[in-house]
Design a protein around this ligand. Structure first.
Ligand SMILES: [Zn+2]
Length: 274
């Protein structure tokens, strides 16, 4: 048996052995995830607070309450990735220099990647505000949809999203009104998800509020557009940006103009918040 022959012989079985088994390209990221989780576990295991670390006079001994559990997310923030593929987004969320992440990434074919435990804080909302909430990351789950921002969302992707939202709403008791978009909470910086996103379909299934029929609706004199937008949650510091975000979400319209039709939609929705 020649050396060549001996080398060749095991090649076939080895090839068969590895067929259909692709190596995980995210091994290093997964190791980093595990290490960070361990570190945070150590942080929450610390008995608060060591005496002398703040202005509270120390008690004679530590008393741990017996009654507690984990804090739960209360909002779901929906995004589009503004990227071209799921692997591109997975790569973005697994390198430290980008400083961005999300709990879930949903691909165009409906595949769902769960990238972070729901109880941990993803870096997805950024500088944002909804009502008086200024740290949206601390109270929300972030979901990224693979979409470049200029295309419709395929039914497979929306179906996976709806299944995921159903689980999140049930598990964490997320209120219907608290399913919103990144563009809603950061109107001057963000426009995702785009006006292609089917918010009405979501609202019909209990994820987000929606306005009723505006036929024959008469907006009363003295109705304040800004007050209504603010009551819903929008940051009206830049009123034009807030109005545009509202139109994108509720009228699938990304233009900046504001007219009577928009006012009627806002008024009928606003009444649900009173
Ligand atoms: Zn976003």
């Amino acid at each position: 048996m020649s050396i060549l022959h001996r080398i060749r012989k095991p090649l076939l079985p080895l090839g068969l052995l590895f067929a259909g088994c692709s190596p995980n390209p995210y091994k290093a990221a997964n190791r980093s995830y595990k290490d960070q989780v361990k570190q945070y576990a150590r942080t929450i295991a610390v008995r608060p607070l060591a005496s002398g670390v703040d202005s509270v006079p120390p008690a004679p001994y530590w008393v741990g309450t017996t009654n507690f559990n984990l804090r739960k997310p209360n909002f779901v923030i929906i995004h589009h990735t503004a990227q071209n593929s799921c692997p591109q987004t997975l790569q973005t969320f697994t390198v430290a220099r980008t400083q961005v992440s999300a709990h879930y990434v949903i691909c165009r074919d409906g595949t769902v990647y769960h990238m972070l435990n729901d109880y941990l804080r993803a870096w997805q909302a950024g500088l944002s505000k909804w009502g008086n909430i200024t740290d949206v990351n601390s109270i929300s789950i972030g979901i990224e949809l693979d979409n470049n921002g200029f295309e419709p969302f395929p039914p497979e992707q929306i179906n996976s999203l709806l299944r995921l939202l159903t689980r999140l709403k049930t598990t964490y008791n997320v209120p219907t009104a608290n399913f919103i978009g990144h563009g809603d909470i950061a109107p001057t910086r963000k426009n995702d998800p785009s006006s292609f996103f089917p918010w009405k379909e979501l609202a019909d299934k209990g994820f987000g509020l929606w306005y009723s029929d505006t036929t024959g609706v008469c907006v009363p004199e003295g109705f304040s557009t800004l007050t209504a937008l603010r009551l819903i949650g929008y940051d009206v510091k830049d009123s034009a940006a807030a109005a545009q975000a509202f139109k994108r979400h509720f009228e699938a319209d990304s233009t900046k103009t504001w007219g009577l039709t928009d006012e009627k939609v806002l008024y009928t929705l606003y009444r649900q918040y009173q």
